[in-house]
Design a binder for this molecule. Sequence first.
Ligand SMILES: C[S@@+](CC[C@H](N)C(=O)[O-])C[C@H]1O[C@@H](n2cnc3c(N)ncnc32)[C@H](O)[C@@H]1O
Length: 232
Amino acid sequence: MRLPEEVLLQRLHGIVAGLNQDAIYRSVYDPWGNLLAEGVEPLKRQLLNDFGKVDFQNKTVVDLGCNFGLFSFLASAGGARRVLGLDSMPEVVEGAEILARLKKNDTIAFQVFDFEEQKSLPGSFDMVMLVDFFGKSSIRKRKVDGILEFMTSSDARELLFAIRPINRIESDLKLTTSTFATLYPQKYIHNDSFSLLDYIGDILGSQWQIEPISRYDGKYCKHKLLFLCRRI
Ligand SMILES: C[S@@+](CC[C@H](N)C(=O)[O-])C[C@H]1O[C@@H](n2cnc3c(N)ncnc32)[C@H](O)[C@@H]1O
């Protein structure tokens, strides 16, 4: 009889093999460090280092759009008391659940959940994480406001974002400045770039204080940087 661990691992291989590569956002490794599938987005050391500076100690954390749960597992390793990863794709949720079982981590759970379709989170959390979600597609489709409303409607006191704070309208968002100007107010457009961080700050309002976790000099940066927003 095969060990359950082998069965789980085989199922995980089957899941990653059955997915389109663009559904696997970060490379997936088994708990022994073997690569199971390449992700579309390389994990930058800087983001990893910055994530290590976040205080997760004893917090309950929900990870929106967790994919195979890389950042959920990192929050758990960083001391979070309980982590829930949510994703709308059942296959990646099943894969992340298998990884949690293989890692024998019972403080982390994953759930199929479309946070753009739901009104509230499935539970109460200290921190809501949104890592690398606000990109070309969500900005162009003007999803930012609705997602921020969803995040702030919970009782969480902290929001963690990995975003590119300034986005070049043509090269990053693939829009002309004139089209972009029909989507967002002029005050967020400077030097043909969109100040996403300023936009988020204004939508969140004075109830929230934004603190950079990554080093940020206010200039354009191609990579995603980490920002923590605290409810005040
Ligand atoms: C760009 S990836 C980011 C993954 C992860 N946060 C990371 O940085 O490694 C976005 C993830 O969000 C999921 N997603 C997209 N729209 C969603 C929604 N409305 N509700 C839940 N998950 C969603 C996708 O399936 C995908 O796994």
